[in-house]
Design a protein. Structure first.
Length: 89
């Protein structure tokens, strides 16, 4: 549960950083504002990379598991590929 909360919080911070970059880009056109925009976008890229690594590590360690259509298809394929055991008579 902690890992899912951490993922959600990081995602919300990424959206806030993107919003601040948009704000700085639209409000003023000066050099100082463009530096603030670049800084906000750099932070967003760093957080996005961190989020990707966090999700990858959580999946690799089994802290999160895939759900939805892709997981169901994979499960059905695994069941079909298993050899069936026939009882000896």
């Amino acid at each position: 549960m902690i890992i899912k909360s951490l993922i959600i919080i990081t995602f919300l911070i990424i959206i806030a950083s993107l919003g601040s970059a948009l704000y700085y880009m639209v409000i003023n056109k000066g050099k100082q504002q463009s530096e603030k925009t670049a800084t906000a976008l750099t932070i967003r890229i760093g957080l996005s990379l961190t989020l990707f690594i966090l999700i990858f590590i959580a999946y690799a360690t089994g802290l999160i598991k895939p759900q939805g259509i892709g997981a169901r298809i994979q499960q059905q394929q695994n069941l079909q590929s298993m050899p069936s055991i026939k009882p000896k008579i």
